[in-house]
Design a binder for this molecule. Structure first.
Ligand code: PEP
Length: 255
C-alpha cells in the first residue's frame, strides 16, 4: 500500500469555538460543499456541540469526533468525559494529545497513552497528535521527540488496534500561528513517524497508515502539503471554522 491507496483524512478541530446552534449552521453550510469528497471528512467539536453536530451531519459524509477523552470509564473526575460516554453517544472519532492539551492542561506522554488505550477499548477512531515545540525544533531534536511521543502513546497497542489510529504530525510552533512547516519538512517528519510505525509493527502496517500534517494548513497551502508522498491528510484548526476554506482543503485532498 502507498499514498495512492491510503485514504486521506481531512479533520477539523474546532477547539473552543461554536455554540450548538452555530455548529448546526456551519455543518449545514459545509454538507453540500464536501458531499463529493474523495477523502474522509471529520469534524472534531466541543463536547457541548456533539449532539447538534451528529444530528446535522446525519445522512452526510461528515463524521463527528470529540477533542479529547478521559482514560477512566467513570469516576470522580469533575469536568471530564470518558471514552465510554463518547462511544455510547455515537461519536466516531477522538483527538488525543493535541499540543494545546499538552501545553495548557498538563497532558503528558503517559496520560496521552492512557487516553489512547481507553479510546481503543471503546472502538473509537483516534487522531493522535505528536509534534515538537519551537525550542525542540531549534535544538534539531524533532525526530527524537516524534519517535518518543509515538512510541509511548502506542505502547501495548496491537497491529489490529492500530487500524483505528491515525497520527497528526503537528509542529507546536505552527499551530494557530500562521507559520507552516515547508511541504518538504512535513513529508520528512511524517516519513520519520512512518518509519517508527514500521519498527514497532510491520512495513505493511506502516505503508497503510494514515499520517496527517497539521499547523496552519489552509485553503492556499493545502494542495502543496497534501501532494507530498507522506502527507495523507490534514488536521485543521482555524480554517475549519469557515465552511468555504475547509471545503477547499477537502477538495485539495480529493485530487
Ligand atoms: C490544530 O488545532 O490542530 C491546528 C492545526 O490549528 P491551526 O490549523 O489553526 O494551526
Amino acid at each position: 500500500m502507498n499514498k495512492a491507496t491510503r485514504k486521506a483524512v481531512i479533520a477539523g478541530n474546532w477547539k473552543m469555538n461554536n455554540t450548538p446552534a452555530e455548529a448546526t449552521a456551519l455543518i449545514n453550510e459545509l454538507k453540500p460543499l464536501v458531499k463529493d469528497a474523495d477523502c474522509d471528512v471529520v469534524l472534531c467539536v466541543p463536547y457541548i456541540d456533539l449532539f447538534a453536530a451528529m444530528e446535522a451531519a446525519k445522512g452526510s459524509n461528515i463524521k463527528i469526533g470529540a477533542e479529547n477523552c478521559h482514560w477512566a470509564e467513570k469516576g470522580a473526575f469533575t469536568g471530564e468525559v470518558s471514552a465510554k460516554m463518547l462511544a455510547a453517544a455515537g461519536v466516531e472519532y477522538v483527538i488525543i494529545g493535541h499540543s494545546e492539551r499538552r501545553q495548557y492542561f498538563g497532558e503528558t506522554d503517559v496520560t496521552v497513552h492512557d487516553r489512547v488505550r481507553a479510546a481503543l477499548n471503546e472502538n473509537l477512531k483516534v487522531i493522535l497528535c505528536v509534534g515538537e515545540t519551537e525550542t525542540e525544533n531549534e535544538q534539531h531534536i524533532t525526530a527524537e521527540v516524534l519517535r518518543k511521543q509515538t512510541k509511548i502513546a502506542l505502547q501495548g497497542v496491537s497491529e489490529e488496534e492500530l487500524k483505528n489510529i491515525i497520527i497528526a504530525y503537528e509542529p507546536v510552533w505552527a499551530i494557530g500561528t500562521g507559520k507552516v512547516a515547508t511541504a518538504d519538512d512535513a513529508c520528512k517528519y511524517n516519513g520519520i513517524i512512518r518509519d517508527c510505525i514500521a519498527e514497532l509493527y510491520t512495513k505493511e502496517a506502516a505503508e497503510g497508515f494514515t499520517i496527517q500534517y497539521g499547523g496552519s494548513m489552509n485553503e492556499k497551502n493545502a494542495a502543496e502539503l497534501l501532494a507530498k508522498v507522506n502527507v495523507d491528510g490534514g488536521l485543521i484548526g482555524g480554517a475549519s471554522l469557515v465552511a468555504s476554506k475547509f471545503a477547499a482543503i477537502v477538495e485539495a485532498a480529493s485530487k
